[in-house]
Write a protein that binds this ligand. Structure first.
Ligand code: SF4
Length: 689
């Protein structure tokens, strides 16, 4: 209920930050955000984290862009919406005529709504005629989705936070849950402390969850696949597997067993550094628990072997019978607020909405009938391939929404060169980001508090957000902008509210068949798949797995070794990830005064041992040099990191300090997700002045 001048308004909406999907009331007076008040939400009860509570100054920040900008002779000038839209339409049309529709590409945003992702892929497929459309799950969770598609069928968390709470054992791998998904972590902490839940954490750093855990495993970087497979083999070899479950519900046991033959505990100890006795204990704890949930995140996925390790994790859950009931299952924790939904609603190069494959003739025919065009059967380019093609000069035009791609894609130097080489680049965002410097047209968008729509959280929970403030004068909600671009290109689109977009998506997508704004009204939420009658599915697989015969598949995954292990020249491993206070690259949270006062800067965390060896003290500047580039940071000496492993947050106030000037261009071969965690560097200690 945005609105009446001089009055305090209270509007309930969904958090724009992480994938936990907390909801709360925002109190406003005119355009001032007075406070955020937690009210009951299905994901969070009445909790929020620091970002949800205090991270909103960016919405009213003076740096918001409020007019379209067009680059002319190397500088930007302000333009009217009409002029900017006409310019975009004419340049996209020109490139399509000259180089074909596949010389253009589109990237939707995981910060935007489901409806906006749907419209972005519709713009690419219906109006332009290309499948070159993707979103930033390519940078984080695509490997987890791949692992689940291979083994159990649906690319989403098996259950809800409630199901995680009900587990006897929670195993967290490569996730800094307390900082990245704080409210979800609180629920695990509570179950561990009060309800006897066991907790195992495998992570390079002794992060907060590892501190609390019953067992902390410290594998060598990039080796989770090996110990996970070794635990599964040990359980199979020692009568600890769920034989009845495997017989009844799972295919592929013999091929799988052959594929993990070499992964003995001895091999695992040698390769990962985790003692065989500790791995036996892990197997025993899984065996003894009433149910095990495995939570994982980018420590697993952002590796050369990300899809393979995600597959290995799901295989272990199958071997131990940990699917099909509450307190069990696979929980890849989604980073952005709507990273799940951006993929669900079809902003993917191989998938129409609801994971209907572009090669599926029936699915294509349905969309073709609805949209009145032919859709290509060949999958399009993903984000990684788009940038590689742009770098080679083959991709000519890019339309990007809500992502500071020039800083958040791996190997920022390469990415920025690729953006520079585009003939035409449209960026739609809330601020003039680093990436905007490469654009030809910048369109001012409105953030989530200024629009309506839906987000899908890590629980596959579709929730409505409600407009808290009117769009800042001059900016527009992304769905309106995409529609204006489509109309400028001649499309007959006339959506007056996102609910109409959802109705269209639901009518074409079995996964969301029963989703409607009427059903979501009043803070009802729906976990997909949602049947036509509105029945949703908080817990997946209770009636069988998402394959035609209802059986899961043990998938023989293959370990892929790291590309950049430390060597004599680059002797330190550089781990990286989120921190509690800031979100992602930090574009929004660094504009929130309260948060920035707590965490003003980036840093490199190093062990006491390494600091002593190199003569570094906390606060001193060091320079890290990798095969791809160099950054300068302050040191933070801590007991959380080990030996020659460093930790650098993925956000920085100064763009020149971004971790992606160190990361390289190598990717997980199955998904092209960059191996952000596969970096080594040398450290130069800078003099103290
Ligand atoms: Fe927002 Fe995530 Fe914090 Fe919840 S846990 S308030 S969704 S950032």
């Amino acid at each position: 209920s945005a609105g009446r001048e001089g009055y305090i308004e209270k509007t309930k909406t969904v958090c724009t930050y992480c994938g936990v999907g907390c909801s709360f009331e925002v109190w406003t007076k005119d355009r001032h955000i007075l406070k955020v008040e937690p009210t009951y939400g299905p994901a969070n009860g009445v909790s929020t984290c620091i970002k949800g509570k205090f991270g909103w100054d960016y919405v009213t920040h003076a740096d918001r862009i409020t007019t379209p900008l067009i680059r002319e002779h190397g500088t930007f000038r302000e333009a009217s919406w009409d002029e900017a839209l006409a310019h975009i339409a004419s340049r996209l049309t020109e490139i399509k005529a000259k180089d074909g529709e596949d010389a253009l590409a589109f990237i939707a945003s995981s910060k935007c709504t489901n409806e906006e992702s749907y419209l972005m892929q519709k713009l690419a497929r219906q109006v332009i005629g290309t499948n070159n459309v993707d979103n930033c799950s390519r940078y984080c969770q695509s490997p987890a989705t791949m692992g689940l598609w291979r083994t159990v069928g649906y690319g989403g968390d098996s259950g809800t936070i409630h199901d995680i709470e009900a587990a006897g054992l929670v195993l967290i791998i490569g996730s800094n849950t307390a900082e990245s998904h704080p409210v979800l972590a609180t629920r695990v902490k509570r179950a561990h402390k009060l309800h006897g839940q066991k907790l195992i954490v495998a992570d390079l750093r002794k992060n907060e969850m590892a501190e609390r855990a019953d067992l902390h495993l410290h594998p060598r970087p990039g080796t989770d696949f090996i110990w996970v497979s070794a635990v599964a083999k040990y359980m199979l070899d020692h009568g600890m597997a769920a034989q009845g479950f495997l017989d009844e519900h799972v295919n592929g046991l013999s091929e799988y067993c052959a594929s993990i033959e070499d992964f003995t505990l001895e091999v695992a100890e040698r390769e990962t550094g985790i003692p065989a006795e500790t791995l036996k204990l892990v197997a025993q704890m899984i065996h003894d628990s009433s149910g095990t949930c495995i939570l994982w995140a980018m420590g697993v996925t952002q590796q050369m072997t990300g899809s393979e390790t995600s597959t290995a994790i799901s295989n272990l859950l199958l071997v131990s019978g940990n699917y099909m009931r509450t307190g069990t299952g696979a929980y890849p924790l989604r980073g952005h607020n709507n990273v799940q939904g951006a993929s669900d609603f079809g902003a993917m190069p191989a998938h129409l909405p609801g994971y209907q494959h572009v090669e599926d003739d029936e699915a294509r025919a349905k969309f073709e009938a609805a949209w009145g065009v032919k859709i290509k059967k060949e999958m399009g380019l993903d984000n990684t391939l788009m940038l590689h093609e742009a770098h080679k000069g083959n991709l000519k035009g890019l339309y990007l929404i809500g992502e500071d791609l020039g800083l958040i894609d791996a190997n920022a130097t390469f990415t920025q060169e690729a953006l520079e080489r585009l003939e035409f680049f449209v960026l739609q965002d809330v601020f003039f980001s680093e990436t905007a410097k490469f654009a030809d047209v910048v369109l001012p968008a409105s953030p989530a508090l200024e629009k309506e729509g839906t987000f899908t959280s890590t629980e596959r929970r579709i929730q409505r957000l409600y407009q808290v403030l009117e769009p800042l004068k001059g900016s527009k909600p992304d769905w309106r902008i995409i529609q204006l671009v489509a109309q400028a290109l001649g499309a007959d689109w006339n959506y007056v509210h996102p609910s109409e977009v959802m109705a269209e998506a639901a009518s074409l997508t079995p996964l969301f068949a029963g989703v409607s704004y009427e059903r979501l009204e009043g803070f009802n939420s729906l976990c997909w798949p949602v049947a036509l009658d509105g029945t949703d599915t908080p817990l997946l697989y209770t009636d069988g797995f998402a394959f035609p015969d209802g059986k899961a598949r043990l998938y023989p995954a293959v370990f892929i070794a790291r590309t950049e292990p430390a060597n004599a020249e680059y002797d330190l491993h550089v781990n990286n990830g989120r921190m509690l206070e800031h979100f992602h690259e930090g574009m929004m949270t660094f504009k929130s005064a309260g948060i920035t006062s707590l965490a003003p800067d980036s840093y490199v965390e190093m062990s006491e041992e390494l600091a002593a060896e190199r003569g570094v003290v906390t606060g001193q500047h060091v320079r890290l040099v990798s095969r791809s580039g160099a950054i300068r940071l302050r040191a933070l000496v801590s007991s959380r990191v080990n030996g020659k492993e460093l930790y650098v947050p993925m956000n920085a106030y100064d763009p020149g300090q971004m971790i992606n000037f160190l990361t390289g261009s190598h990717t997980d071969p199955s998904t092209h997700t960059p191996a952000y965690k596969d970096v080594s560097a040398r450290m130069e200690v800078l003099p103290v002045f």
